[in-house]
Every structure is written in structure tokens, then in C-alpha cells.
Design a protein around this ligand. Sequence first.
Ligand code: ASP
Length: 339
Amino acid sequence: MKVMKRKILVIYAGGTIGMQGSENGYVPVSGFEQRLRALLSSANADQLPALEVLELEQLIDSSNLQPHHWTELGGIIKAHWSQYDGFILLHGTDTMAYTASMLSFMLQGMDKPVIVTGSQIPLAQLRNDALDNLLTSLMFAAGYDIPEVCVCFNGRLLRGNRASKLKSSALDAFDSPNYGWLGRAGIHIELHAERLLPVGSADFNIPDFNPDAVVVLPIYPGLSSRIPRDLLNHHAVKGVVLHTYGAGNPPDANPELMAELERAVKRGVNIVNVTQCLQGQVSQGAYATGATLNRIGVIPGSDLTLEAAFTKLHYLIATQPAAQVKETMGRSLCGEMAE
Ligand code: ASP
């Protein structure tokens, strides 16, 4: 663990961590820094790293997150990269895994930590998980060499593009079912340095996104070809996350649906197959149903989470020629999938 001489930028984007009650339920409110500093003044301030807080003008409940927010957040981190030793992003939990995944793609080659955290109970409540999540994130960011985008929650340090929100009301809301935790804060802080990505050299790419470019198509019993036809034929759609059963199986006994998928692939739409199971990976071809997708040219998504598949597809479509997306989608860029 390094001496806490590092300077950390805390970016407050919204979410429960800084919310207060209203007639209609929790809403994000400004003034997070004053509330935090008031709490920290009673703590052992000399144990804290130097920190500055940047509060976004438009604080959001992260269920209102749009792709342009990723451009804004990535741009802020890029603009401040050389001035700080690490970054903490305070974000709502609902779409935290999407943002952490997207940041991992935009900030490839990073050499310092970006830790995304939030809470299930606001900092303004007497009993909360906000202060602990923030302090633990600060300890990791200021004390260790972590060249990754992580999610830090309830004492767990997770690879950002492997994390998912699995619980809506428990404090251990996040886990990374297909990759070991990067660290754990119990009485002592432990870091699994052997699980971290290698240190890179920053060369960031923060694109603008077309929000209509990527869609998710869940497979469910009774899915006809009619709804997918409208979705796949929309002129803006360039990528599809196909959310299939088990080892990556679609209902191949529905020839119209398979034909719609095939026509879309032929038109240059990149379709990526990920499983609806929380753990494990797509093995496209283990069953004859899944093998149909190999023949059609659907990209097997290995053990990508839905959030990582969706953001990776968005990122690649925004930064690469369509013909190249298939090849790049099939390999790991920053530890997001097993190859
Ligand atoms: N709806 C909130 C949000 O995502 C939930 C939270 O932060 O825990 O902004």
C-alpha cells in the first residue's frame, strides 16, 4: 500500500449516494461536497488522500442515463487525467455496470485507477452504505496501483466491465459472476494484484454515440419474427445484443426468426450472442439450436455480461468501420471476456 500522498478527483454524477427524500421519493440534490466534508472533518483527516470534488451540473437518477452521458463522463476524466492520481465516480447503481463497462473501453491503456461507486442508502441518512463505499474506494484509489476501471461496493473491488447489479435492495448489490474479485476490504484491505490488467499508456478515445445504434433482443418463449423484423430493419440499428438461453441457444425451430437474423447479418448488422444465465458462457454450437447462429454469422459473446456486450458494441460501432467490428468484438480488449 502506498502512502496517501495521491490526489484524487471525486466526480459526483448523481445516484442514491447523494439523494434526498422528496414527495415523490428520492431525487438527486446538489451540494454533495459540503455534506461530505462535514462528515469527513470528524474523521482522521490525515488518513485521507488529497481530494477534490467535481459535481456535474445536471445530476441524474442513473435510470435516466443516456449514451451522451458516457461521452461527457469520459471527456471529464480525459481532461483531468494528468492532474490527478486517481478518479472516483459517484454514480447511481441502476446503470453503474453500463457506465463502468463503457469507461473501460474508452479509457483503454490507462495507468491509474478509475473507481465507480455509489450506494443503496443516501449519505444523508444516519445509517448508510455511502460513506463506507466512498472511503473504501478512496483507500483503493489512493493506496494501490490499479490500472483499471473498477466498481467498488460493499467492500468488493470488481473489474468494471465484469460487474453487474444483482440485488436491488441488499447492500452487497454488485458482483462479477465470471471473474474473481480484484480486491476485498474487510478488517484489512486485500488486493489481488495478479488479477489486474497490465499498466498501459493512456491513449483515450471518447466518441459520440448514436443512441439508436445498438439494441437488445431478448429471446423468450413465443417470440415471433414480427417484432424482431421491425427492430432489425430500423435504419439506425447497427448492432444487436441477442440475449439467448443457456449456452447461447435461440429457438431455431422458428425459421422466420432465424431468417430475419440472417438477413440482418447480411446487411452488415453485427449481432452478438450472450446468455441470459448470470454465470457461465456462450458455447455457440454445443447444441444444434446454437449451431444455427454460427452458420448465420452471429458473433459468440463468450462470458460477456449484457452490460459489457452492449457498451462494447456501442463503442466499436462508434469508433470502427462496421466490417472490423466482428473481429474486435470476438476478442478481449480490456479483460471483459474469456477468449
Ligand atoms: N435509481 C438510483 C440510481 O441509479 C439507484 C441508486 O443509485 O442506487 O441513480
